[in-house]
Design a protein around this ligand. Structure first.
Ligand SMILES: [Zn+2]
Ligand SMILES: [Zn+2]
Length: 338
């Protein structure tokens, strides 16, 4: 009973009761805390409300707009800024995008960045929070963060972020911004019902589409990078983890699908390394940089492009049969062996 109470308290205060986790065994830490995960599960079940509230084009458009804006906050800021510091920005802008990101129900920016830094340190090795190679699809997609082990934020990994009390606040009370957005969508629908009745929407319909459906799609879209992009696609760079480039995932995540590129060279702002590797997050960040809202965008190092050219040249030589000593020997035993 006490445990259930603690789980419920941590819905509202994500930093509460963390000390108690230290006494748990590794097995207990890896168990899913179902009570703690109730808001996340409820969010997905609420999508079924669509059968009661019906459809309107304005509700769909709002859902899509909120998906795109918040996906950009996650990929451009939670990922490329808070986790990797691939560009610089001012404290107010950092806070504003932290706030927009926090409305995505993907916890606070500090929690997100700390787990993501662990992912890059231990990619597809024991200790990686989400590796489909080690734990399978479901655990790497959503099971991992519902375990007791991964509810807390490891502040040791993000000393550059913990110094900002406003970010600490967002991280601690991570339920606040999503709740405000949910109410916002409801009242937006109600206002449209009164002032633009021809649009055919209302409060409950806008709440289901604008908040629940949009946020659930946004969550699963983002999570494909933890699950599918370490399973499906191709590897441009022969690195030790299973990250892959996947053009389909790059569409739904606004450019994060070039995940093998990103694992090879994390400090670049762009993840599509060539013009044909569309990276919508990068284009939007570039626009922000024209207005000096962000600065010091980091390019892909020339060393990396050279690496790609060298690999291509080597493959060509092998194909032309000019590097036979590198091919597997069909007769591996030396002639004098008996
Ligand atoms: Zn990353
Ligand atoms: Zn990865």
């Amino acid at each position: 009973m006490k445990k259930i109470f603690q789980s419920i308290v941590s819905w509202f205060d994500a930093h509460a009761g963390l000390e108690k986790l230290k006494s748990l065994s590794p097995k207990e830490l890896d168990k899913i805390d179902w009570f703690r995960a109730v808001p996340f599960i409820a969010m997905q079940l609420m999508c079924l409300g669509v059968f009661w509230v019906g459809f309107s084009w304005i509700a769909l458009a709002t859902a899509v707009a909120l998906y795109v804006i918040r996906m950009f906050a996650i990929t451009g800021f939670y990922h490329r800024y808070f986790s990797h510091k691939t560009f610089r920005t001012s404290r107010p802008v950092q806070f504003i995008f932290g706030l927009v990101g926090a409305s995505s129900v993907q916890r606070g920016p500090l929690w997100w960045a700390a787990h993501h830094r662990t992912h890059h340190k231990l990619s597809d090795l024991p200790g990686d929070p989400h590796s489909p190679v080690l734990y399978g699809f479901w655990k790497s997609h959503m099971g991992w963060f519902m375990t007791r082990r991964h509810f807390p934020t490891n502040f040791k990994l993000i000393p550059d972020l913990t110094k900002y009390p406003e970010l600490m606040f967002l991280n601690r009370f991570d339920i606040v911004v999503p709740v405000v957005l949910a109410f916002g969508t409801y009242y937006f629908g109600k206002l449209l019902q009164i002032y633009a009745p021809h649009l055919g929407t209302n409060g409950p319909q806008m709440l289901i589409w604008g908040f629940f459906i949009s946020t659930t799609a946004l969550f699963h879209g983002t999570a494909t990078i933890n699950s599918l992009s370490h399973l499906f696609g191709w590897k441009r760079f022969k690195i030790t983890d299973e990250s892959r480039n996947n053009p389909l995932l790059a569409i739904i995540t606004l450019g994060e699908g070039w995940h093998n590129n990103h694992h090879r060279y994390q400090s670049a702002t762009r993840q599509g390394f060539y013009w044909w590797e569309y990276d919508f997050t990068y284009y939007a960040l570039k626009v922000l940089s024209w207005f000096k809202i962000i600065t010091h965008i980091k390019p892909v190092s020339q060393k990396i492009y050279q690496e790609v050219r060298d690999q291509k040249a080597l493959k060509k030589l092998i194909k032309a049969g000019q590097l036979t000593d590198l091919l597997p020997d069909p007769n591996p035993l030396p002639k004098n062996a008996s």
